[in-house]
Design a binder for this molecule. Structure first.
Ligand SMILES: C[S@@+](CC[C@H](N)C(=O)[O-])C[C@H]1O[C@@H](n2cnc3c(N)ncnc32)[C@H](O)[C@@H]1O
Length: 185
């Protein structure tokens, strides 16, 4: 696990509905997520994005939520049960140095990594593993917090994504974030 992984108490703050005032999951994700899709939410924490994603993919879709911390996953599972969305959400506890998604090769329609890349120990491995799960031309939205990630560091992240099989499609504007929309090439 990376040394600077997000503490669980921050997970509660990140799941706050007040965050929707500047980061609205539906607005950010509805252009990319359709009913019936199989979606990845990497570094899902307590599910600020996972639950809206589960609503968007509908009863025929699936959201695969991956995190390195068991307490984040447990909280997400409780929140999903409460929202009646457990059947659309699959949770996975991963190791810090691998997402462990080998059997999902080319099965995923869309992936999200919000506020995660700066916490992973090796961004090249991270992008390469996600690349392998995506269907050809599937999209991957990466958001990083402006407070933790400089513009220069975000450009480095984008270069690593490009070196690992992605091209840049767009840089959407989202509050307090640096965001890039990638496509699998
Ligand atoms: C800052 S939180 C962001 C949570 C969520 N994506 C959001 O935007 O609300 C980062 C999350 O990524 C997880 N994480 C950190 N390193 C990871 C890794 N190597 N693999 C998977 N998850 C990781 C942390 O445990 C934490 O839950």
């Amino acid at each position: 696990m990376a040394e600077h992984v997000c503490p669980v108490w921050i997970g509660y703050l990140l799941a706050s509905p007040l965050r929707k005032l500047f980061q609205n999951p539906r607005k950010m994700l509805s252009p990319h997520v359709k009913e019936g899709m199989k979606v990845l939410d990497i570094g899902c924490a307590m599910g600020f994005f996972s639950l809206p994603l589960a609503e968007m993919v509908g009863f025929k879709g699936k959201v695969i939520c991956v995190d390195v911390q068991a307490k984040m996953i447990e909280s997400l599972e409780r929140r999903a049960r409460k929202a009646g969305l457990s059947d659309r959400i699959e949770t996975r506890l991963c190791r810090g140095n691998s997402l462990g998604l080998d059997e999902l090769k080319e099965k995923i329609d869309f992936a999200l990594a919000s506020a995660v890349v700066h916490e992973v120990p090796d961004a090249a491995v991270f992008f390469s593993e996600i690349h392998d799960t995506l269907k050809p031309t599937a999209r991957f939205l990466v958001a990083e917090p402006k407070g933790h990630v400089s513009e220069k560091d975000f450009e480095v992240t984008i270069s690593i994504a490009e070196e690992n099989g992605f091209k840049v499609i767009d840089k959407p504007k989202v509050g307090k974030s640096r965001v890039v929309l990638l496509e699998r090439v």
